[in-house]
Each structure stands twice: as C-alpha cells, then as structure tokens.
Design a protein around this ligand. Structure first.
Ligand code: NAD
Length: 338
C-alpha cells in the first residue's frame, strides 16, 4: 500500500515539480493539500483526485492528526516557515519531509529534530540531488578511485532573482522569510554537493560577499557570495553563489588522475557527466531518472519501516551551520573553524 502525503504550500515548486511527479512513485501518493487559498486548493484537489475533506488551511492544519489518509507531511513553504510547520506536523503524529534549506537558524533545526524524535517520526530533508542518478553515479566513481586522489572541487550555482516578475522570488529577497540570499537558496546545492561528492565534512570556511546595495533586490539579502571549504583530507572546495549571474548549476571534482564534471549538476530533468584527463574525455551513458519520485519513495519507505532517511534532519542542520559560518566569514573577513 502506498503511503499518503500531504503537501503544505501550493507554490511554484510544489505545483510544477512535486505534485506531477507522484505519478512515477511506487510507494507514495498524494492524498491531502494544505493551503491559504481555498480556491487554489479546491482546483488542484479536483485535478489530482484528492477528496475535499483532505483540504486543510494553515489554521486547521493541526487537525490532520485525525486523518489516516496522511502518513507524511511535505513542507514546501518559504524557508522561514519550515520550522513551525515541521513541529506542528510532528505533533500531529506525522512523518515530515521538508524542503531545503531545512530552516534559517540552528535553533530552529534543532527544534525540528527534537520534535520529530519526541513524536517517534522520521524527518527527511528534500535534497533531491542525492536521489538523482548522475550525482549517484559521480559519487560511486569518486569512491571507487576513478579520479585518483581528490585534490579540489569547484561548484557554481546562481540565477538572476526576479521579484518584480516572479511571485516565487518575492519572499526570496525578504530576509525574514528566506533567511538569506543566494547561498540559502541555491548556493546550498554547491555546498551540499561538495560534502556528498567527497564524503567528508569541512573543518574551516572562508568567504567574500559582493552585493550592490543600491539594487532593491539586495537591500536585505546577499547577491554574490564566494566561499572556500577546507576538508580534513586537504581538499579545498571553491564555490560561487549568485542571484545576478545567468543561470549556472555545475560542479567539477579534480583528482590526481582525472577530473569529473557535472553540468548541470542540479537540474530538474537534464544532467551531463563527463570524466577527463590529458588522455581525453568520455561521457559515460547514464539513464536520466525521476529524482522527485525516487526521493518521495525513499521518504515513504523510511516512514513505513521507521528507518532513518539518507538525508535526515541532521544533514539539513549541517548545511545550515555551514551557511551561517560562511556568512560569518564574509562579515568578519576571517576564516571560521566549524
Ligand atoms: P513559492 O513562493 O512558489 O511557494 C511558497 C508557497 O508558500 C506559496 O504557495 C505561498 O502562498 C505559501 N505561503 C504560505 N505562507 C506564506 C507567507 N507567509 N509568505 C509567502 N508565502 C507563503 O516558492 P517555491 O519556489 O515553491 O519555494 C518553496 C520552498 O521550496 C522553499 O523552501 C524553496 O527553497 C524550496 N524549493 C526547492 C527546490 C528544489 O529543487 N528542491 C526548488 C524550488 C524551491
């Protein structure tokens, strides 16, 4: 039997990417919606065959505890609201899948982990790239030693943020709801990728920020932030994150025998992986897979078997700690030990 999922927040990502991809799930199905707009929820419920009694508002959301059709609550709200709804979902006895970044403060992340632990429910952070075949293939090649000894990583994630044209970008330039700028939103893909590609945790970070404060988009949140991570093995990772350069989402791992490129690394539907050296380059054949369905199925399986997901709350907390250390390094101009 497939486990039932409730989606909280029917915005751009939920409606355009997540809801349509339940069709490819083996273990997960969409059974409830939580929205501030009854008209939008009703229309989507009709489209997805969801019973009207399974539509909730933010006010009556807590009564979801009495709904046996819902096993997992998936939080797809602006970052600053993740903690409140994760805690409420856990208190309602539901497992929680929460979008990245997990939250905007370490204290909120810890509250979320504690609430799920207390309720005896699983908490997973929706790091979709960690369920995506090209990224999993890259991890396997690196672990097998195909690149030799890894010496460095570079990763770049950015896109122009457009709050004047795009509704989903309005909260992204609001510090209270977003927690920060490009780094919280997309630089996090570079940060998370450095960690999973290497399988190590950074011990030190440095950073520089450059934001045009006369641009109304960057009054509260940062635009460009470049950061360096030092890993215990000696690997240095150098990352750029931006809300103003044309869309890029790539990473390169440099080994002493070969390099590996993922470009894009974190797309929704298209990826490329190349391995090369002075002897030439190859593009191994890898089958694109539905990372959204894989992620939803993993959450369902962990909920059903009550096992810790591959990307638990602790994984989200690590990135939030590092993001805040990167902000501190940029602010003080000093390296920060983590
Ligand atoms: P969005 O603005 O389109 O969606 C957010 C939804 O929350 C909207 O439906 C909005 O009405 C609702 N909402 C409820 N209370 C709100 C409030 N007080 N202020 C503003 N909106 C409120 O944004 P989105 O792009 O769908 O992002 C939502 C979340 O999903 C974010 O955490 C984002 O980081 C994450 N996301 C993840 C990916 C990914 O690839 N994993 C991609 C995009 C977004």
């Amino acid at each position: 039997k497939k486990l039932g999922f409730a989606i909280v927040g029917l915005g751009k990502f939920a409606t355009e990417q997540i809801m349509p991809n339940f069709k490819d799930c083996q273990q997960a199905r969409l059974t409830a919606l939580v929205s501030g707009s009854p008209a939008k929820a009703k229309k989507l419920a009709a489209e997805y065959g969801i019973a009207e009694q399974n539509i909730y508002s933010y006010e009556n959301f807590d009564s979801i505890k009495d709904n046996p059709d819902v096993d997992v609550v998936y939080i797809i709200l602006p970052n600053g609201l993740h903690a409140e709804y994760t805690v409420r979902a856990a208190q309602a006895g539901k497992h929680v899948l929460c979008e990245k970044p997990m939250a905007t403060t370490v204290a909120d992340c810890e509250k979320m982990i504690a609430a799920c632990k207390k309720a005896g429910r699983q908490l997973m952070i929706a790091y979709r790239a960690q369920y995506e075949p090209f990224n999993l293939n890259a991890i396997a090649r690196i672990r097998k030693g195909e690149l030799g000894k890894v010496r460095a990583i570079t990763a770049d994630h950015g896109r122009p943020v457009k709050p004047a044209e795009e509704k989903a970008d309005v909260w992204r330039v609001d510090k209270k709801l977003a927690g920060g700028g490009s780094l919280m939103d997309i630089g996090i893909y570079s940060l998370n990728a450095c960690r999973y590609l290497l399988g190590e945790e950074p011990v030190e970070v440095t950073a520089l920020e450059s934001s045009d404060k006369s641009d109304p988009r960057f009054k509260e949140v940062e635009d460009n932030i470049h950061f360096t991570l030092r890993f215990p093995s000696g690997v240095l990772a150098t990352c750029t994150s931006s809300y103003s350069y044309e869309s890029v989402k790539r990473g390169r791992v440099f080994g002493d025998k070969a390099w590996l490129d993922l470009d894009p690394l974190s797309d929704y539907y298209e990826h490329t992986l190349k391995v090369g050296s002075s002897k030439g380059e190859t593009e191994p054949k890898i089958q694109e897979g539905n990372q959204f369905a894989a992620e939803l199925d993993h959450m369902a399986e962990c909920a059903r078997t009550n096992t810790t997901p591959r990307t638990p709350g602790e994984e989200g907390l690590r990135d939030v700690r590092l993001i805040l250390a990167i902000y501190e390094a940029a602010r003080t101009g000093k390296a920060v030990t983590v």
